[in-house]
Design a protein around this ligand. Structure first.
Ligand code: NAD
Length: 534
C-alpha cells in the first residue's frame, strides 16, 4: 500500500458555535453564492459533454434561485457512457488495489480541505441547515476513508482452509459496469458512498444523480478527476426516470446500486431481472429504500430524553430522512404527558432559510410540498392535530411546512403505514409493551427503530423482537455513523446492504475460487496477484 493507513475514525462534527467555524461557514456561503447558476456538463469517457436539452436545479428555500443548469442526457449519451465504462473496466479492473485505495484517500483529503464549501452547496441545493450539511459532508468523507480500508482488507482475505497438495485462494474480483442511482436527500454522502464502493472494488460507474441534486454530483465527479481518476471510470449522466430506466436495462450494466423510494426500487428490481438481448450475466441489485420508522416510548422511560430524541428524529432536515421517526408509539400511562411535552418542544422549532441556519427548512420541491400537505389533510381525518399542519408562506415562496404532530393515529391508518417524507409525526397509543412491539412491527418497512425504556428486560426483548435493520436503544433513530452503525433495512426497506459496514464491499465484487496443484510450477504468484483486481 502506498499510503500508510491509520485506523478509521469518523470525521468530527463542526462546532458552529465556535466563532471561527461560524465565520468560515458564512464565508463559504458567500463564495458559493457567487458560483450559483453556472452551467455544468455530463462526463462521458473523461470528456465534458453537452446535450440539446437542459434543466435547472433550484434552491427549495427560494425556488427562483438557480443552483446549476445541467444537460439532460439522452439515450445515445447513455449508450456512450455505458460503452466508456465498459472500455475503462478493461484497465481499471486490473489496476492495483493500492492505486484505487489511494484515489479514494486523495478524494477524501480534497473534500476535507473544502468541507465548508461543500456544506454550502448542500444548503443551497437541497435546503440543509449547517449541522445537517456538515453531517452529510462528514459522512461522505467517512465512506471514502472506510471503503478504502475495507478494500485493503478484502484484498488480503482468502479461504480459511487449504486442501492438502493444493494452494487454495478465494479472491474478490470486480463485477463490471455498475449503475449508481442515488436519492436527493443525502446527495453527497450516499451518492459518493455508492460510487466509491463500486470504484474501489475495480468496477466502473455510470452515475445518474437525482435531478433535485445534480450540482453536488457534478462537483464530486470533477473532484474525482482532480484526485486522478482516469477517464471512463466514472461517467456522469444527468436526468430523471427515463435515463435511469435506460441504464438499468442496458445489457452491459452488471450491477445497480440504488438508494431511493420503495416504488422506484421495486421497479428497478423488476427491470433488472428481465434478461436483455446480448446480456451474459444475471444483474445484481443493491437496493436501499424507504422507511416508516417507529420509536417506542415506555412508561418507565426518561420522558424528557425521549421527547428530545423523538423531536430530533422526526424533524431534523424536516423529516426528509429514510431513518426519520414518523411514528412514535407511546404507552398509555405516559401518553398525555408525552403529547404535551412533545407539542411544547416541537413548537419551539423555528423555520426559515437554511442558509441563515434555521432548524426547520423547506421540503425539497413543489411536488413534495403538495404530497406532505395532502398527508396532513389525511391526518386530520385519521387523528387529532396537536400542532402545525399548515404551509408557511415566505416572500421567496420556499416550500415550508410547519412541524406537524398528530395524536391518536390508529396503528393501521395511512399516516401510520405510508412514508410521508416530511415534517409530520404520528403519535400512536400502546396498551403495554407487547402491544407496542406489535404496532412497531406492523408495517411493510423495517429500516430504523428506537425504544426509550428504563427496563433491561424490555431492551433485551426489543433487541430480539423489534424487526428493523438499525435498532437504537435509548437514543434517537437517525444519525447512523459509518463503521459504528452499518446501515440498511429489512422487508420493503431494501436488501439490507449495510452501507458503511464490513460486508458492504462484497456486494460490489464476485468471489473467485482458485485451486492450484502444488509442485507443478514454482510458486511465484505473489506479484501477479497484487496486479489483478482485489
Ligand atoms: P426516488 O426513488 O424518487 O429517486 C431516487 C433516484 O432514482 C433518483 O436519482 C431518481 O431520478 C431515480 N429514478 C426515479 N425513477 C426511476 C426509474 N424508474 N428508474 C431508474 N431510476 C429512477 O427517491 P428520492 O425522492 O430521490 O429519495 C427519497 C427516498 O429515498 C425516500 O423513500 C427515502 O426513504 C429513500 N432513502 C432511503 C435510504 C436508505 O438508505 N434506505 C437513504 C436515503 C433515502
Amino acid at each position: 500500500m502506498k499510503t500508510l493507513l491509520r485506523p478509521f475514525t469518523n470525521e468530527p462534527f463542526t462546532d458552529f458555535t465556535d466563532p471561527a467555524n461560524k465565520r468560515g461557514m458564512l464565508e463559504a456561503l458567500d463564495r458559493v453564492r457567487n458560483e450559483l447558476g453556472r452551467s455544468y456538463d455530463l462526463t462521458i469517457g473523461g470528456h465534458q459533454v453537452r446535450s440539446a436539452n437542459t434543466f435547472t436545479s433550484t434552491n427549495p428555500a427560494r425556488p427562483a434561485q438557480v443552483i446549476g443548469t445541467h444537460p439532460e442526457a439522452n439515450a445515445e449519451q447513455a449508450e456512450r457512457a455505458v460503452q466508456a465504462a465498459r472500455t475503462a473496466f478493461e484497465t481499471w479492473s486490473r489496476t492495483p488495489v493500492a492505486d484505487r485505495v489511494d484515489l479514494l484517500l486523495r478524494a477524501a483529503a480534497l473534500i476535507r480541505s473544502r468541507h465548508l464549501e461543500f456544506c454550502a452547496w448542500l444548503t443551497f441545493e437541497v435546503g440543509k441547515n449547517w449541522a445537517e450539511a456538515d453531517a452529510d459532508v462528514g459522512e461522505c468523507i467517512d465512506f471514502l476513508e472506510f471503503y478504502a480500508r475495507e478494500a485493503v482488507k478484502l484484498s488480503h482475505s482468502t479461504t480459511p482452509i487449504q486442501f492438502p497438495g493444493e494452494r487454495n485462494m478465494l479472491r474478490y474480483v470486480p463485477v463490471g459496469v455498475s449503475a449508481v442511482i442515488p436519492p436527493w436527500n443525502f446527495p453527497f454522502a450516499i451518492m459518493a458512498g455508492m460510487t466509491a464502493a463500486s470504484i474501489v472494488c475495480g468496477n466502473t460507474v455510470v452515475l445518474k444523480p437525482s435531478p433535485d441534486a445534480p450540482t453536488i454530483a457534478a462537483r464530486f465527479v470533477a473532484l474525482m478527476e482532480e484526485a486522478g481518476l482516469p477517464g471512463g471510470v466514472l461517467n456522469l449522466l444527468q436526468g430523471g426516470p427515463e435515463i435511469g430506466r435506460i441504464i438499468v436495462e442496458h445489457p452491459a450494466v452488471h450491477l445497480i446500486a440504488f438508494t431511493g423510494s420503495k416504488k422506484v426500487g421495486l421497479e428497478i428490481h423488476e427491470r433488472a431481472a428481465r434478461v436483455q438481448p446480448g446480456q451474459r450475466f444475471i444483474k445484481r441489485t443493491v437496493l436501499e429504500l424507504g422507511g416508516k420508522d417507529s420509536i417506542i416510548v415506555e412508561a418507565d422511560a426518561d420522558i424528557d430524553s425521549a421527547v428530545e430524541g423523538v423531536a430530533a428524529s422526526a424533524f431534523g432536515f424536516s423529516g426528509q430522512k429514510c431513518s426519520a421517526c414518523s411514528r412514535v408509539i407511546v404507552n398509555t400511562e405516559v401518553y398525555d404527558t408525552f403529547c404535551d411535552k412533545l407539542t411544547e418542544r416541537v413548537q419551539q422549532i423555528t423555520s426559515g432559510d437554511p442558509a441563515d441556519n434555521f432548524y426547520g427548512g423547506p421540503v425539497i420541491n413543489a411536488v413534495a410540498h403538495k404530497r406532505v400537505l395532502d398527508y396532513i389533510a389525511v391526518g386530520k381525518t385519521e387523528g387529532r392535530l396537536l400542532t402545525g399542519g399548515t404551509a408557511i408562506d415566505t416572500p421567496e415562496a420556499g416550500y415550508y411546512i410547519t412541524p406537524t404532530l398528530f395524536a391518536d393515529i390508529p396503528p393501521h391508518a395511512r399516516l401510520a403505514q405510508e412514508e410521508v417524507f416530511g415534517p409530520v409525526l404520528a403519535i400512536i397509543k400502546s396498551q403495554d409493551f407487547d402491544d407496542a412491539l406489535a404496532i412497531a412491527n406492523n408495517t411493510e418497512y423495517g429500516l430504523t427503530g428506537a425504544i426509550y425504556t428504563g427496563s433491561r428486560e424490555k431492551l433485551n426483548r426489543a433487541r430480539d423482537e423489534f424487526h428493523v435493520g438499525n435498532l437504537y436503544l435509548n437514543r434517537k433513530c437517525t444519525g447512523a455513523m459509518v463503521g459504528a452503525h452499518p446501515f440498511g433495512g429489512f422487508n420493503m426497506s431494501g436488501t439490507d446492504s449495510k452501507a458503511g459496514g464490513p460486508d458492504y464491499l462484497t456486494l460490489f465484487t464476485q468471489a473467485k475460487s482458485v485451486a492450484e496443484k502444488l509442485g507443478v510450477v514454482s510458486a511465484e504468484l505473489e506479484e501477479q496477484e497484487d496486479r489483478m483486481g482485489i
